[in-house]
Design a protein around this ligand. Structure first.
Ligand SMILES: O=C(O)C1=C[C@@H](OP(=O)(O)O)[C@@H](O)[C@H](O)C1
Ligand SMILES: C=C(OP(=O)(O)O)C(=O)O
Length: 468
C-alpha cells in the first residue's frame, strides 16, 4: 500500500482558524432521531461540477448557461474571482433551484486579487487561468486556507514559465504575473496531496499554446473520479483529451465551446442525508440522482449497504432504506474501506463507523490532513472527546466500537465535519456543534434541510431554500 506523507504547511485542527472566516460561528444542538424517516430531500447542485463549469465557461469561445448551479460560499468565491478577471456572469430568472447563470467570457485581465476563502477548487483551479491573463494576480484566502498544500500549483506554474512570487512555504498567499500566454508542453508534477493540482492544469490547458502533456510522478494519486470529472467536462466542450497511461494526461490546444449545461445535485452532500436513514431508520429519497456520473458520491450506492442498508433506484430517485435504524436496535458491523477515490466522503462514513458495534478501518485518506482542516486529527479528536476510540494511522483512521456520550463537536470551519457531527447527534443525545455555519461552504441550506429531514412528516418533500 502506498502511504501519503503530508508535506504541506504545518497545521492542526486545534489552531484557531477563525480570524478571516466569513461568518460568525453558529452553535447548534444536533437533533436526535425521533422516529423512522420518510423524507425526500432535493439537494443543491454539485460544488465540483459548478466550479468546473464556471471555469470552463470563462475560458470558452462563446457564452454558456449553467442550469441549477450550486449557490454557496465556494461557488460565490469562484464567481467573484472570475468576474474580477474579466468574465461577465449574470443571473437568469428564478429556476427551480434559484437563478441559472449566464457566463459570457471576456478578455482575461490581471491587476486583481482573488479571495479563495477555504475553497480548494478556487485556489487550485484559478492560478493557471490567471496565468492566461495580462497583469499581476494575487491569491489569498482564510487563515485555514493558508495551511492547505499549494506547492505543486506554484511549482508547476513556474515550470511552465510563469513568474510566481511566494514566501517559500508552498502555501497561500502568493501572486503571479500573467503575460497573457502560457506555452504549455510537457510537465511532471507530484499530485499526491490533491487531485485538484491535476484538474486545475487540465482545465486551463486547451488555452495553452501547445496544450499540455501532464504526468503525475510521486506517491499515490487521490480522488481519481474528480480527475475523470475534469476530463469529461472538457470533452463535453469539444476539447481533445486522452490518457495514454494511468497518471498521464494529454490535452490538445484548441477552443473550449460554450455550453448549456445542467448541474447534477451534489452527491457527496447527499452522504449525511443517506446516513440519516441508517441511524434513524426508514427511508430517504434523493431525487435527480443521475443515471451515470463522475461524482464520487455515486460510490455511496455501493458503500452504504456495507452497513446493512438497502439502496435502490426508483423513478423518484435514489432511495435508502435503513430498516429500524440504529436507534431502533439495528447493529452496524465494522467495515474496512479504502477511500482513496472518495476522501470527501470520509467524515460522514467515519461518523457511521463510530456508531458501529465492530472495529473499522478507513484508509487511503492521508491527504485529508490537507483538507479544510486536518480531517484525520479532527475526526479522532471529536469522536474521542465523546468517549470514542479512534486512532490516527499514516493514511487513515482505526475506529474501535465504544458507547458515545453527548458533548461538544468542533467543526474547525469544515462543512463535512459539521455533517459528521449531525449524523452522530441523531443517535447520541447532547451533541453540540460549535459552528453549523461552516456548512455554508457547499450547502448553506444544511441546517434547515437537516431539521426538516429528521423531523419530516411522512413523504414530506424538502426543497432547497432560497437563502440569497
Ligand atoms: O476537484 C474537486 O472538485 C475536488 C477534488 C477532491 O480534492 P482532493 O483530491 O484534494 O481530495 C475532493 O476532495 C474535493 O472535495 C473536490
Ligand atoms: C476537500 C473538500 O473541499 P475543497 O474543494 O475545498 O478541497 C471537500 O469539500 O470535502
Amino acid at each position: 500500500m502506498q502511504v501519503f506523507n503530508y508535506s504541506g504547511p504545518e497545521f492542526s485542527p486545534y489552531d484557531d482558524a477563525r480570524e478571516t472566516s466569513d461568518h460568525e460561528p453558529g452553535p447548534w444542538e444536533a437533533p436526535v432521531a425521533s422516529g423512522a424517516l420518510s423524507a425526500t430531500v432535493r439537494l443543491p447542485g454539485s460544488k465540483s461540477l459548478t466550479n468546473r463549469e464556471l471555469v470552463l465557461s470563462a475560458l470558452a469561445d462563446s457564452p454558456s448557461t449553467l442550469h441549477a448551479p450550486l449557490r454557496s460560499r465556494d461557488s460565490a468565491l469562484m464567481i467573484e474571482a472570475l468576474a474580477s478577471l474579466g468574465t461577465r456572469i449574470d443571473e437568469l430568472g428564478a429556476g427551480e433551484y434559484g437563478p441559472d447563470l449566464r457566463v459570457t467570457p471576456g478578455e482575461l485581465a490581471g491587476g486583481t486579487s482573488i479571495d479563495c476563502g477555504l475553497a480548494g477548487t478556487v485556489m487550485r483551479f484559478l492560478p493557471p487561468v490567471a496565468a492566461l491573463a495580462l497583469g499581476p494576480v494575487a491569491f489569498d484566502g482564510d487563515q485555514g486556507a493558508r495551511r492547505r498544500p499549494m506547492r505543486t500549483t506554484i511549482e508547476s506554474l513556474r515550470a511552465l514559465g510563469v513568474d510566481v512570487s511566494d514566501d517559500g512555504r508552498g502555501a497561500l498567499p502568493f501572486s503571479l504575473y500573467g503575460t497573457g500566454v502560457v506555452a504549455g508542453g510537457e510537465l511532471e508534477i507530484d499530485a499526491s496531496a490533491s487531485s485538484q493540482f491535476v484538474s486545475g492544469l487540465l482545465l486551463a490547458a486547451p488555452r495553452f499554446t501547445n496544450g499540455l502533456s501532464l504526468r503525475h510522478v510521486g506517491d499515490s494519486l487521490p480522488s481519481m473520479p474528480h480527475i475523470e470529472m475534469t476530463i469529461q467536462t472538457l470533452r463535453a466542450r469539444g476539447v481533445r483529451v486522452h490518457t495514454p497511461s494511468p497518471g498521464h494526461w494529454v490535452v490538445k490546444p484548441g477552443l473550449i465551446a460554450g455550453l448549456d449545461v445542467a448541474i447534477e445535485p451534489d452527491l457527496s452532500n447527499a452522504a449525511p442525508f443517506l446516513a440519516s436513514a441508517i441511524i434513524a431508520g426508514g427511508t430517504v429519497t434523493i431525487p435527480g440522482w443521475p443515471t451515470t456520473t463522475t461524482q464520487v458520491g455515486a460510490h455511496l450506492e455501493a458503500i452504504l449497504p456495507l452497513w446493512g442498508a438497502t439502496v435502490a433506484r426508483s423513478s423518484d430517485g435514489l432511495v435508502i432504506d435503513g430498516g429500524a435504524g440504529v436507534v431502533g436496535g439495528v447493529s452496524l458491523p465494522g467495515i474496512d474501506l479504502d477511500l482513496s477515490e472518495g476522501g470527501e466522503l470520509a467524515p460522514v462514513l467515519v461518523a457511521l463507523a463510530a456508531l458501529a458495534d465492530g472495529p473499522s478501518r478507513i484508509t487511503g485518506i492521508g491527504h485529508l490532513r490537507g483538507h479544510e482542516t486536518d480531517r484525520l486529527a479532527a475526526l479522532a479528536a471529536n469522536v474521542n472527546a465523546l468517549g470514542g476510540d479512534v486512532t490516527e494511522l499514516d493514511d487513515g483512521l482505526a475506529i474501535e466500537p465504544r458507547r458515545l456520550v453527548g458533548g461538544p463537536w468542533k467543526a474547525w470551519e469544515d462543512h463535512r465535519m459539521a455533517h459528521a457531527g449531525a449524523v452522530i447527534g441523531l443517535a447520541v443525545h447532547g451533541i453540540r456543534i460549535d459552528d453549523i455555519g461552516s456548512t455554508a461552504k457547499t450547502m448553506p441550506e444544511f441546517p434547515e434541510l437537516w431539521l426538516r429531514t429528521v423531523g419530516a412528516a411522512p413523504s414530506a418533500r424538502i426543497d432547497p431554500l432560497n437563502l440569497f
